[in-house]
Design a protein around this ligand. Structure first.
Ligand SMILES: C[S@@+](CC[C@H](N)C(=O)[O-])C[C@H]1O[C@@H](n2cnc3c(N)ncnc32)[C@H](O)[C@@H]1O
Length: 327
């Protein structure tokens, strides 16, 4: 991953999201996604040593910890990610004690794991492996997995509902660029903020000021219209909120505060672009899943793409790949 992409994930996790699908889940994964993991962890014996690959803010590791507690078992859980993660910020207060059951390892690349040979009995990853340099990652899993180890990966499916959402969100980011909403907001805010408060009422008599206002209103109207027809309007709504907040701050906190609000808000929204591009690149076709199975086989695992995982409404959400030792 490039530094820019890592920075995108750093920013995402610092926001306090617990899962990589924050639009769909307020807290942790629920429904069929959570069910698949609970079933897998429930079947593991007492004392299992679990490794969660590309853990993000620890969603899957937390399900493992919760399942162990529910069953009165103890697991040893390690969870790593290349990004700077913040599981404490992301975990609801009532679940924070589960974090004590997990060792988190930020800034760890799947291609170079800081773990001993044969240290784990079970490896898992949710929308994880497909983001890594997979050949080196699988070789590392081979090294750190014990002789009887097994594992489960839920992976992005090229035709999933998540990929459809991603396509829509990419269109929304393109609309923000096309309408130049943030740029028009910046120009108008600059003008208002650099005009003495008692003179602001006169701005509407100045053609140049009216031009800037009209440009901003036109851009905002197009974005608002798109919100009305969108299935997932979160990015567009956030963009409009950022602009409205920044504009209001000119009057209440001054030009500098307004400019900072606009710059940080727009940067945060644009950081989504690299995350969404990453997601598209991570999605796997059936042929690519077969290639991944072969890679595991070459690294001393049996591997089967078991099934496609569907959510509670029957919508496709991903592949499930099971691995076992075959030596
Ligand atoms: C879609 S998120 C999934 C996070 C988490 N498993 C979840 O479901 O919420 C993908 C994660 O892969 C991480 N990642 C990407 N490349 C990686 C690598 N080479 N090694 C470790 N983590 C990596 C990113 O930082 C990001 O947190």
């Amino acid at each position: 991953m490039t530094d820019e992409k890592i920075a995108g994930w750093d920013q995402y996790w610092a926001h306090g999201f617990l899962t990589s699908c924050a639009d769909a889940f307020r807290g942790n994964y629920e429904g069929a996604m959570r069910g698949a993991w609970e079933t897998a962890f429930s079947a593991l014996p007492e004392g299992s040593r679990i490794l969660d690959v590309a853990t993000g803010n620890g969603a899957i590791a937390l399900i493992a910890a919760a399942t162990a507690r529910d069953q009165g078992k103890k697991f040893s859980i390690d969870a790593f990610d290349l990004a700077r993660i913040d599981p404490h910020k992301a975990t609801a207060r009532q679940h924070r004690e589960l974090l004590d059951d997990i060792r988190f390892h930020p800034r760890v690349d799947a291609a170079a794991l800081p773990f001993a040979d044969a240290e784990f009995d079970f490896v898992c990853g949710h929308f994880a492996l497909e983001y890594t340099a997979v050949e080196r990652a699988v070789a590392e899993l081979d090294r750190v997995c014990d002789k009887q180890a097994a594992g489960l990966f839920v992976m992005h499916h090229a035709n999933s509902v998540i990929l459809q959402t991603t396509a829509e969100e990419k269109r929304h980011l393109a609309l923000l660029d096309e309408t130049a909403l943030f740029e028009h907001a910046g120009a108008f805010i600059d003008l208002v903020g650099s005009t003495a408060p008692k003179m602001r009422a006169h701005l509407q008599t100045l053609p140049h000021a009216e031009q800037l206002r009209t440009a901003l209103n036109t851009a905002a109207a197009r974005v608002t219209e798109a919100v009305g027809t969108a299935t997932h309007p979160e990015i567009l709504r956030t963009a409009l909120t950022v602009v409205a907040d920044a504009y209001n701050q000119v009057g209440t906190r001054g030009l500098d505060a307004a400019t900072t609000r606009l710059a940080s808000g727009s940067e945060q929204i644009r950081a989504n672009a690299s995350r969404l591009a990453d997601l598209v690149a991570a999605a796997r076709s059936r042929k690519q899943m077969a290639e991944l199975e072969s890679l595991f086989v070459a690294n001393h695992f049996a591997a089967t793409t078991v099934d496609t995982l569907e959510d509670d409404n029957g919508l496709l959400i991903g592949w499930t790949l099971e691995i076992n030792r075959n030596d």
